[in-house]
Design a protein around this ligand. Structure first.
Ligand SMILES: O=C(O)CC1=CCC(=O)O1
Length: 269
């Protein structure tokens, strides 16, 4: 296990691969998850890329840190981690709030970004009302109380079968995140709006979404792609909000094709 001290917060991270000269991909997780969600994508990419995984503050094995949070705070942690690891330029693949973090990181430090892989995310996610209601629910009754409702947005009915042990495991992952970090990240999402900034993105970008995503539905993600100059848009079939868990093979293929295009200018598919 690897840990770094960034912005007075201990951040849990992992580096995989790292053959000299290979492009770097940094993965940023969604709300209520830790970096294990990327496992089935990583095993397909390792060897061809240097991969950086990390748990954002308030999640996984990272510290909770000082409350409240903004998305810029989360991005500043990731910038600090990349500086510590001497990563000069990377593809940033962010899922959901991880995609907001990627957009903030690009705003703050475009020099670090080779391309953006925005997965099941948007320029703005949800409304103040829905986020405030969620914060109140978890602060009063705990995260366990919202697991069933959240799972309906994360995963398709085919994945949510009671006999699916992976489903049981992801319910545990969500329920076991610290309430303070979860609620503070809900507040950060509530307050983030990259509508204006999206039009200024000038690196290769792809927006990807599960066709049954109940949190950032395909129409919203397509709208985000339309705001970003020359952004690609791809749908992953038979996936909800977390295609890296439900359809890792299809997601990996899309990520590979995009990086090929970004690096070598392959023709659009
Ligand atoms: O928990 C959800 O509803 C899904 C989600 C929204 C932002 C995020 O990171 O995950």
């Amino acid at each position: 296990m690897q840990f770094a001290r960034v912005n007075d917060v201990t951040i849990h991270y992992q580096i995989i691969g790292g053959p000299a000269g290979k492009p770097v991909i940094v993965f940023a997780n969604s709300l209520g998850t830790d970096f294990r969600i990327w496992r089935d994508v990583i095993v397909r990419l390792a060897g061809d890329f240097k991969i950086v995984l990390y748990d954002k503050r308030g999640h996984g094995l990272s510290d909770i840190g000082q409350l409240p949070y903004s998305i810029d705070d989360h991005a500043s942690d990731l910038i600090g981690l990349l500086e510590t690891l001497e990563v000069e330029r990377a593809f940033i693949c962010g899922l959901s709030v991880g995609g907001l973090i990627a957009q903030s990181l690009y705003q703050q430090r475009p020099d670090l970004v080779r391309g953006l892989i925005l997965c099941d995310t948007a320029h703005k996610i949800g409304t103040a009302e829905t986020w405030n209601a969620r914060i109140e629910a978890v602060e009063n009754y705990g995260i366990g109380n919202i697991v069933d409702a959240v799972m309906e947005r994360w995963f398709t009915p085919a994945f949510r079968r009671p006999e699916n042990q992976a489903y049981a495991g992801y319910c545990n992952m969500l329920a076991r995140q610290p309430v303070e970090g979860y609620a503070a990240t809900c507040g950060a999402i509530r307050d983030a709006d990259f509508t204006e900034a999206a039009g200024k993105i000038a690196v290769p970008t792809i927006c990807i979404v599960g066709d049954q995503d109940g949190s950032t539905p395909p129409d919203l993600v397509r709208h985000t792609a339309n705001l970003i100059p020359n952004a690609r848009f791809e749908t992953i079939r038979d996936a909800g909000h977390i295609p890296c868990v439900e359809q890792p093979e299809a997601l990996t293929a899309v990520i590979r094709a995009f990086i090929d295009f970004a690096l070598h200018g392959e023709p659009s598919r």
